[in-house]
Design a protein around this ligand. Structure first.
Ligand SMILES: [Zn+2]
Length: 117
């Protein structure tokens, strides 16, 4: 098949159900649905969950390696980001990424959108 290893599963637009091109996913950059032109972003709640999971995994790894004190803190900081990438990659296989309408974080209404949900 020759499929690349780091291939994301198919992503669907929550508004029209259209298949999204998922090669250009970058944080802070909206994904535009090719079917309905809706600007989309990853669900903030899901991103936060992933971040907590990555920190938890890093802490777990430090405990597993028997690290103490400064080494423990250092390992958590060092492993956090790779753990996040690994976690995200595994996580999307079981739970499809959720999308929500894109909100421009630089907009003047960012304060109200923060507390809206
Ligand atoms: Zn759409």
């Amino acid at each position: 098949m020759g499929a690349p290893l780091m291939k994301w599963p198919k992503l669907k637009c929550p508004f029209c159900g259209g298949i999204l091109a998922n090669r250009e996913m970058k944080p802070g950059v909206p994904l535009v649905c090719p079917s309905c032109s809706q600007k989309l972003q990853f669900s903030h709640r899901q991103l936060r969950l992933s971040t907590f999971a990555a920190v938890g995994l890093s802490v777990g790894l430090g405990l597993l390696l028997g690290l103490r004190g400064l080494w423990f803190i250092a390992s958590t900081v060092i492993f956090w980001f790779p753990m996040l990438l690994i976690w995200e990659f595994v996580f999307v296989r079981f739970v499809p990424p959720k999308f929500e309408a894109y909100e421009d974080s630089r907009g003047s209404k960012s304060e109200t959108s923060l507390f809206r949900r």
